[in-house]
Design a protein around this ligand. Structure first.
Ligand code: BGP
Length: 468
């Protein structure tokens, strides 16, 4: 459909951007914080440790002031579970509670609505040592953490996200450093049991939010990429449906309808990997409801039929691996790629928004979207990131089109508000509107510089998306 008359963006549209605790804060083993799985993982060769990152822990006032200067209506950040509870359960670290109190108050000072992710890839290492999400106890541990967050911040935080990219945790945990499958007999059995516990924890946390936070709104935050068939061969269409179910719909069907997607269930039966479901679990899943859907979007995925004769292949958040007998990744020849090999597909963004909305009919907020690049700081302190502006402009255009087509969009939070450490590609893969002056190993002065995209996004927000 080509629309000539676009509707204006919703008046209270939440323009903002995102970060996550372990990638931005630094101070990872100080101020009472316990280690998380990210702090004990083997750092990929040639990339920095997480002890400093962008040093948001010490720069948050300056950084939030810059976000306010851009006109942010919201700021999505995550709480490091092990900063609040160094052991994952038990004693609370008051300094951690205070830190996020300060961050929240600083946002509110500028009328920036905090959008808080409860868990973004950084399970406390103490819990991981006991078996992490594979244990049934992990459900209560997460709910206990959620309760502490609601008690402490629920008077000021209205918007909550449960688990960042649970689908990436399940499908690509080894790449992002959240799990180790060496020596595991049936990886599906392990991963989907953990996944079941996370789904249950999410359902309970959503219900508890509605009980404890007056006017609180909560939703999931999976990474959703619509999957295309490589051709119109019927078998390629089946392969695309397979990956759509495994990668996307399992998570949203469960969050919204409280039921297992049938294709995924059949896949798990086939691999002797159905999770143990205790009495009452499915009632809990079915009775919890999100108020909105948060989702991260970087690109679509394309797959072809896989007859099962080739071995499995590994991908990352955006590059699909191969699953024998289920799907095989297919590089889309119609799309350009970022310097880091991720496909760029703004039209696919609209297709993804349309599809999610037609399945679930809930308002949506984009919790991540953006371009990782090797930005360069010029001698006069500028960063000319026209490529990022182009990327974001094309994606925002698609939000405007989707809104005009009746899709309910609440907000847009690109990744990332400020430069931070990538999940597995170091500091050199930058996403921010704000440049942080450091290299992989040379911390320099950590000074903040406004990139060209900073001024551009400020104008976009000022005009509520009219002036792109
Ligand atoms: C998402 C994660 C983020 C973020 C982003 C970019 O999967 O939620 O934490 O890092 O991807 O990925 P990367 O850092 O690998 O470029």
């Amino acid at each position: 459909m080509i629309l000539k008359k676009l509707k204006p963006m919703p008046k209270d549209f939440l323009w903002g951007a995102s970060t996550s605790a372990y990638q931005v804060e630094g101070a990872n083993l100080t101020h009472g914080k316990g280690p998380s799985v990210q702090d004990i993982k083997k750092v990929p060769e040639g990339t920095s440790e997480l002890d400093v990152c962008a040093d948001f822990y010490h720069h948050y006032k300056e950084d939030i002031a810059l976000m306010a200067e851009m006109g942010f209506k919201t700021f999505r950040f995550s709480v490091a579970w092990s900063r609040i509870l160094p052991e994952g359960t038990g004693a609370v670290n008051q300094e951690g509670i205070d830190f996020y109190n300060n961050v929240i108050d600083e946002c509110l000072k500028y009328n920036i609505e905090p959008l808080v992710t409860m868990f973004h890839f950084d399970l406390p290492a103490a819990l991981e040592k006991k078996g992490g999400w594979s244990r049934r106890e992990s459900v209560d541990e997460f709910v206990n953490f959620a309760k502490i967050l609601y008690e402490n911040y629920g008077d000021r935080v209205k918007y909550w996200l449960t688990i960042n990219e649970q689908n990436v945790l399940t499908l690509n945990g080894e790449v992002i450093g959240t799990c180790d499958l060496k020596g595991v007999d049936n990886k599906y059995k392990k991963l989907y049991q953990e996944n079941h516990h996370m789904l249950l924890a999410q359902a309970k946390a959503m219900a508890l939010c509605h009980e404890m936070v007056p006017g609180g709104k909560i939703g999931p935050a999976p990474n959703i990429s619509l999957v295309y068939p490589a051709s119109c061969k019927p078998k390629d269409v089946l392969a695309a449906q397979n990956l759509n179910a495994i990668r996307n719909w399992l998570y949203l069907d469960m969050a919204v309808f409280g039921r297992y997607n049938n294709l995924v269930w059949a896949f798990l039966e086939e691999h002797d990997a159905t999770p143990v479901i205790e009495d009452g679990d499915m009632d809990i899943m079915a009775s919890a409801h999100p108020d909105f859907i948060g989702f991260n979007y970087y690109s679509t995925a394309t797959v072809e039929w896989n007859d099962g004769t080739e071995p499995a292949g590994r991908g990352d958040q955006q590059i699909s691996g191969d699953e024998p007998g289920v799907f095989k990744a297919y590089p889309n020849p119609n799309l350009l790629r970022t310097e880091f090999g991720w496909e760029i597909d703004p039209d696919g963004f609209r297709a993804t928004m349309r599809e999610i909305y037609s399945r679930y009919h809930l308002p949506m907020i984009v919790t991540e979207n953006g371009l990782g690049a090797y930005d360069k700081l010029t001698e006069d302190g500028k960063v000319h990131d026209q490529y990022r502006i182009e990327y974001l402009r094309k994606h925002i255009e698609q939000i405007k089109l989707a809104c005009s087509e009746g899709v309910e969009m609440m907000g847009y939070c690109p990744w990332s508000a400020i430069d931070l450490v990538s999940t597995h590609e170091g500091v050199v893969k930058r996403y921010g509107f704000i440049y942080v002056n450091r290299d992989e190993f040379d911390l320099k002065d950590l000074a903040r510089y406004k990139k060209d995209s900073f001024y551009w996004y400020k104008k976009v927000i000022e005009t509520n998306g009219e002036d792109l």
